[in-house]
Design a protein around this ligand. Sequence first.
Ligand code: NIG
Ligand code: FE
Length: 424
Amino acid sequence: MRDLLIENLAEIATPLGCAPRRGREQGEIRRVRAGELLCRGGRIAFVGSRAERLRDFGPLPEAERLDGRGGTAVPGFVDAHTHLPWAGAREMEFAQRLAGRSYEEIAAAGGGILSTVRATRGASREQLVAAMLPRLERMLACGTTTAEAKSGYGLALADETKQLEAIRDVARLQPIELLPTLLAAHEVPPEHRAARERYVALVAEEIVPAVAERGLARFCDVFCERGVFSAAESRRVLESGQAHGLLARLHADEFVDSGGAELAADLHALSADHLMAVSERGVEALAGSGVTALLLPGTSFFLRKKSWAPARRLIEAGVPVALATDCNPGSSNTESLPNVIQLAVFELGLTVEEALTAVTLNAAASLALGDELGSLEPGKRADVVVLDEPNLFHLAYHFGVNPVRSVVKGGHEVYRAGNLLLSH
Ligand code: NIG
Ligand code: FE
């Protein structure tokens, strides 16, 4: 495998280390002006100035070159919360929401997650793979090099398995690395509505062990929310996951305080996600627990909520904050982490530096991959995004556009934005 030298960059911007960054550290970014980045054997070998590179590695005549042309290199983005394998679309519900109906009302009337469950149960594994490919292409074009992907629209062993197999299959067809999550406890399916505890038992005692045994998921997730799964039910499912080797993460306190943050802390989950309605007690439980607060501001925006997760309070309390798209057809229909960064800066009050850490190192750490991904440092995997911008701040300052020019995964350029080639 040839070396790849990314040269002529205006800036390289990255958090440092392998552990999630919390408090003031979340905004500490190493910025190298006029830098170069050397990838060797799929890993980062060097980050620094041209003079230092010439001194340490020589002229490297054999290396492949990527001209950074005054752009900015940042770590490949990690999207740690997505619901990628779905079929169908929900634009009619979207229209109802624009007319004033709430997400919760639509769900209570049999729409919402259950409408996507009907479409996903009716799709084959191959159809799910075909539906995911263009989503992954858009994610890559927006700078995502690693993504978590949840089941949760099957709600029965065969259909959850089909979704997880589709994730496994599509991972082989495109460059983004996918980490699968079992989310069988996303909703109670219609056939179990009369005796919901039977469904909780089915998930904890049959679906979790069967999926874990086949190695189809790395994480287990639950939608812990009023009207969906209580904290006690969520605990039962997540503890079963942990007993079978699936690391816990959960949808916590999205719409109302449901004790989700406290549960995440108690179980030492990797992440507590959403947290739009987290209580002060929940924030205090997260502080010092090692759980990452994974915030999804695309959901507040897309559902036209006036409430946003208390990101500043979480950072002040010393909780590491990560950001993700929540890419799904109901509450956040986007593949774009640059868009999410912009929302986080404008609406959650993160600094641009904090937001960069949130989509790179802290997101990687929430997937237990902080040792491998999330920063541009020698030894880490060579996943790099070159932005068509002169420095990091343009990532939010230049809003509503996709700033990504090139994406490098494992030392290979896997995406380049279309060039308008005009000959005059
Ligand atoms: O993260 N909150 C639960 N799950 C998704 C929504 C899924 C859907 O509406 O289809 C979320 O917001
Ligand atoms: Fe979600």
